[in-house]
Design a protein around this ligand. Structure first.
Ligand SMILES: *Cc1c(COP(=O)(O)O)cnc(C)c1O
Length: 378
């Protein structure tokens, strides 16, 4: 089976990990954590980085740090991983969902503008506090209209850049736009720490709040007396050691991903019935976090059947995200009942991605492409 993802760990990973073991620094107290926070946040153009246990809890931390609480509403795309919506719901807030753009697969910015305007100006909804931007798969959301909108209506921006290490929008690093941003270091992301995440911001007060929330809200003077509930979301020195070694190669990895994306497009673009990833927009060139495709309407079956056929040819695949408004867990809470977002619904049913990890070889890409070309329409 050609795996859908395999990381590349052949830099200084082993050396830095050995240093952790030789020195005995394996917990979050070790020196690599701070070094990783400083180097990573500098790389994405932010003053502060707060390393945490994974990208999902980075979102929990960010949502708490901007002050989302009971009754607050956060506008976000319906087409994403569950983590952004879960963070808002767990904080007692309510996601307000926006459909996707059929070409970029990101949040539809026209709909975002209409939604915010109609909620605030027409319905006089005073609960909308923030916009959660999620950059999906390879191309970022165009941040200019989002910044304008947030400015106009005094909304916070939480930027989920979990898939965007090394990507830019209008030449500026993704993760540097929001009041607060997050990254994930899961092994299928551009750089990995096994499990891991980071919150980034330029706001010193918010950074301090994230550090406190990540560390059970212990207090400096009376350590075991708590004014607030936090979590243990700390990253270990072992994870940060991996992260530092990976970060040294971020530019190389991004270049590698872009070459892979172009190579796949060259191999697959003559095949009928497939919508391939948009290579670029006016504000960014795709980073191809994963190489996705969407079956066009003329194809008489869904992504599920396509993935089954490719599995028979020993090609690993993953389905696209399933929209938030169709999640049983949220429906059971009475959220999003009777909502329809047709573009996201179609992407979920017709979209999937093929092996896209950093360790993928050209020979494997040829085999994957041959399987798509020869066996998908059989
Ligand atoms: C991967 C990912 C997350 C979650 O990160 P984990 O480290 O897996 O918890 C959140 N948002 C997006 C957009 C992601 O791709």
């Amino acid at each position: 089976m050609i795996p859908v993802n395999e990381p590349l760990l052949d830099g200084n990973e082993k050396k830095y990990l050995e240093e952790c073991i030789d020195t005995g620094w394996i917990s979050s107290e070790g020196p690599f954590v701070k070094e990783f926070e400083e180097k990573f946040s500098a790389r994405v153009g932010r003053k502060f980085g707060i390393a945490v246990a994974n990208g999902s809890v980075a979102l929990d931390t960010a949502v708490a740090a901007v002050g989302i609480t009971h009754g607050d509403e956060v506008v976000m795309p319906t087409f994403t991983i569950i983590s952004p919506a879960a963070s808002v719901v767990r904080a007692g807030g309510r996601p307000v969902l926006v459909d996707s753009d059929a070409a970029t697969w990101n949040m539809d910015l026209g709909q975002l503008q209409d939604k915010v305007k109609s909620e605030i100006e027409v319905k006089k909804n005073k609960n909308i506090k923030a916009i959660m931007v999620v950059h999906v798969y390879g191309l970022p959301v165009d941040m200019n209209p989002v910044l304008e909108l947030a400015d106009k209506y005094d909304l916070k921006i939480i930027e989920d850049a979990a898939e965007m290490h090394g990507q830019t929008c209008h030449g500026r690093p993704c993760g540097s736009f929001g009041d607060i941003g997050i990254f994930s270091f899961y092994p299928n992301k551009h750089i990995t720490t096994g499990e891991g995440g980071m919150v980034v911001t330029d706001d010193e007060e918010m950074a301090e709040r994230c550090r406190s929330l990540r560390n059970l809200c212990f207090q400096a003077r009376k350590r075991f007396v708590h004014e607030e509930l936090g979590w243990n979301f700390r990253m270990t020195n072992l994870q940060a050691a991996l992260g530092l070694a990976q970060l040294e190669r971020l530019d190389e990895f991004v270049g590698r991903k872009r070459n892979m994306g172009k190579r796949y497009t060259g191999l697959l673009s003559a095949i009928p019935g497939l919508q391939l990833p948009l290579p670029k927009t006016a504000y960014a060139e795709s980073i191809y976090w994963v190489y996705g495709m969407v079956l066009k309407n003329e194809v008489p079956f869904d992504a599920e059947e396509a993935m089954r056929r490719l599995a028979e040819r020993k090609v690993g695949t993953r389905p696209f995200f399933w929209p938030m408004h169709e999640q049983p867990v949220f429906q059971k809470m009475g959220l999003f009942t009777d909502e329809r977002h047709p573009v996201a619904e179609r992407l979920a049913r017709r979209g999937f991605y093929i092996p896209s990890g950093l360790a993928l070889t050209e020979e494997q890409m040829d085999r994957v492409s041959a399987a798509v070309r020869n066996d998908l329409w059989r």
